[in-house]
Design a protein around this ligand. Structure first.
Ligand SMILES: *Cc1c(COP(=O)(O)O)cnc(C)c1O
Length: 406
């Protein structure tokens, strides 16, 4: 770290709230899979802003679409129509086979929107008694940071100091279909699920779990609500993670890469019966569905399709995982994941994942630990085999070197 970056870090720490603990790298530029810090040192970005950069940094086509829209109109509010939103909604309907779209901005807002939709559907369509609706979630979940969302987190830190919490949620163990069925009551309106838990440490449910959840939801007339904010849009080797098991949800939440790494865009896409519960005034957002967001999102989706990024994620993911396994590191407990969402679990005896991330940063690779023992690798889906080889050479040096206890 040089004086320049130290000054910027000190400034940030002095004037910002300390709700994050970043690695000490100050990024000034980015392109494709690479970022450059304020001192001109290059790093391979293997976090991709938690999968918001699936198309890579500053994709020229998405930049172009944004520039074009900047020259036309950027914000209308939903008090008026704009000439971009209809197109985005039609594109998302075509892509998913679902019926209607409600655009928002952040992922957490998308989740909140889906929860509101499920509750209202429960009262209006399923005829659950007033204020009795229950939504089932899974242990280890991560769906965002609003008060209602942290109300069903199982991570104590997410809730501590933020009460009173929102009622109406039930938690069952992730991957436990028996527990899920036992938790369903006449008041259950939805099951909110991450097909793979990203923040939870790249935790995959047992084979067939999604399909079983889908079947249970259908059987008990409960909405299956997929949070694919992190695992959707190509990350796991299919456009949507539910496609691996043909478990099409009733509500699908997208965010992150929907904005192509340029602009926050999220959306809930759902079946008619549920989306129809929203009437004018029920829900909204000043920036949700703005023309700049919609133009960016449309191009972000086109890039995913045209560059076959889901297929690339599948191919490169298999290659990367094989390379990681072949390293045979004495410090690694397990390598797991799907597509280009990969978790490397560090053995407890080899220390925490964090010092390994620090060591990688020094070697020019940016990745972040999650849940103490896991290094998450989620590079942009545009990454090439040569770039993965470059990374693996360095990752191997670190994972096969001395254990890093501090
Ligand atoms: C990132 C994330 C969210 C929250 O998205 P924000 O844009 O940070 O609000 C919700 N669910 C999952 C699975 C995520 O990865």
């Amino acid at each position: 770290m040089t004086e320049h970056s130290e000054t910027m870090i000190a400034q940030t720490e002095r004037y910002s709230a300390h709700n994050y603990k970043p690695l000490p790298v100050v990024i000034a530029e980015g392109a494709g899979c690479w970022v450059t810090d304020v001192d001109g040192k290059r790093y391979l970005d293997m976090l991709s802003a938690y999968s918001a950069l699936n198309q890579g940094h500053r994709h020229p086509r998405i930049i172009g679409a944004m520039k074009q829209q900047l020259e036309r109109v950027t914000l209308t509010s939903r008090a008026f129509y704009n000439d971009q939103m209809g197109g985005l909604c039609e594109d998302l309907v075509a892509l998913t086979g679902l019926d209607r779209v409600l655009p928002m901005n952040s992922g957490a807002e998308g989740v909140e929107t889906a929860l509101k939709a499920a509750r209202k559907w429960g009262y209006e369509v399923k005829k659950v008694a007033a204020n009795q609706a229950e939504i089932i979630v899974f242990s280890g979940n991560f769906h965002g940071r609003t008060i209602s969302i942290v109300s069903f987190s199982t991570e104590p830190q997410n809730q501590a100091g933020f009460g009173p919490l929102t009622p109406g949620f039930r938690v069952v163990p992730f991957g436990d279909i028996t527990a899920l069925e036992a938790a369903i009551t006449a008041n259950t309106v939805g099951v909110l699920i991450e097909p793979i838990q990203g923040e939870g440490g790249v935790i995959m449910p047992p084979e067939g779990f999604l399909r079983d959840v889908r079947a249970l939801c259908t059987k008990h007339r409960v909405l299956m609500i997929n949070d694919e904010i992190q695992v959707g849009l190509g990350r796991t080797g299919r456009m949507f993670c539910y496609e691996h098991e043909d478990a099409k949800p009733d509500l699908l939440i997208l965010g992150k890469a929907l904005g192509g790494g340029l602009y926050p865009v999220s959306a809930v896409i759902g079946i008619e019966e549920v989306m129809a519960v929203f009437r004018p005034g029920d829900h909204g957002s000043t920036f949700g569905g703005n023309p700049l967001a919609c133009a960016v999102a449309r191009e972000s989706l086109r890039v995913l399709k045209d560059e076959r990024l889901a297929e690339r994620a599948a191919e490169m993911g298999v290659y990367f995982r094989q390379r990681l396994v072949a390293m045979n590191s004495p410090h690694v407990e397990e390598v797991r994941g799907k597509g280009l969402l990969i978790g490397v679990q560090i053995k407890k005896s080899a220390g925490l994942a964090k010092p390994y991330c620090y060591a990688m940063m020094k070697e020019g690779i940016l990745a972040k630990d999650t849940h103490e023992q896991v290094i998450r690798f989620a590079p942009p889906l545009v990454i090439t085999q040569e770039e993965l080889d470059w990374a693996c050479e360095r990752i191997e040096r670190i994972l096969c070197g001395a254990a890093l206890h501090k």
